[in-house]
Design a protein around this ligand. Sequence first.
Ligand code: ADP
Ligand code: MG
Length: 400
Amino acid sequence: MSAFKTLDDLPQDLSGQRALVRVDLNLPMKDGQATDLTRVTAVAPTILELADRGAKVLLLAHYGRPKGERHSTMSISMVQGDLERVLDREVMFIPEVAGPVAAQAIDILRPGDIGLMENVRFWPGEEANDADFAKSIAANGDFYVNDAFSAAHRAHASTEALAHLLPAYAGRAMEKELKALDAALGTPQPPVAAVVGGAKVSTKLAVLENLSRKVQHLVIGGGMANTFLAANGVHVGMSLCEHDLTDTARAIMDAADAAGCTIHLPYDVVVAKEFAANPPSMRVCNVHEVAADEMILDIGPLAVEALGDVLKTCATLVWNGPLGAFETPPFDEATVALAKTAAALTQAGALVSVAGGGDTVAALAHAGVAEDVTYISTAGGAFLEWMEGKELPGVAALSA
Ligand code: ADP
Ligand code: MG
């Protein structure tokens, strides 16, 4: 990881300095109400610290996909109330991101005040990473802070171009995320185990390829394990399986072998004839005993035990993707067991554990151990691109 500046590199006293702060306020909404405030609580420390150090804090964020036009239904002003409640401060809404109206509003703010600028995607220059658009935003700032790791995989004006126009710093949430991700895959303590699950190989090909080059143990579970099993000649019956990708799976196994990475596939699986909660046809069997009318919905108890044994020998775990169809009981058992083992080893000081991905975060919460792993990334797409080994433009711009 190349070096990036943090809020510690700014003068303690920021009185009256205009901080342009990119945050992720793209909250899940239902009937005009936010259903989860995780993203707000994540960026609160950065906002409050800058305000308390006297800066005028100017928030830049996107919501939805307005495609470069104003849409009343996508105004970022709808999160103003949530923001005020979480911060316990007043937040002034500014209906522009640049130009004389924005400049005037910012002028009125006092040191320590917080302004929320309009949905930056209302302007086509945002997604185009347009230099002039970025310049017009930069004109109202003295420095730039990016606290939106989850938007860092996109090279947009407020995540990339702007970072080159002003002194640029990582916010506290960004700093924490980059340090955690570096500890998991950048410069991790070996041996490293990667667990990859989820539905399909096709969505995580690049992840599997990158991990097989970097880690000592690659554990494959979930629906994607079926494709690897099929590549090894196992009959997977009615299981979710990408039969057209068996050659690709074979190539990944060969590349892993050459790189000294051990691939772990399940010996046993939980199968059923129908996909429902606690189906009567459910049974546990060896992978070679799956009947033509059965489908694999979770990895089996022996595979879970073997996975625990691997983790006990490892210093670092990076995990993406549930091991089974965890939304439907009892096909959550392997995933819950992995979550609990990872949490226990982490709490015992034996493991650094970093997990991410929408469903993986939900699975950790479901297992009740979300607080007990080293770090959970809620960054979705950015987390996966980082697992693929890609350089994220928003991060690269901070390090330039
Ligand atoms: P994440 O969001 O953490 O990146 P994915 O979206 O890749 O994870 O995968 C999660 C989905 O994979 C879940 O909906 C889960 O039900 C599904 N899944 C896991 N194992 C199986 C399986 N054996 N058969 C069908 N679906 C599965
Ligand atoms: Mg998902």
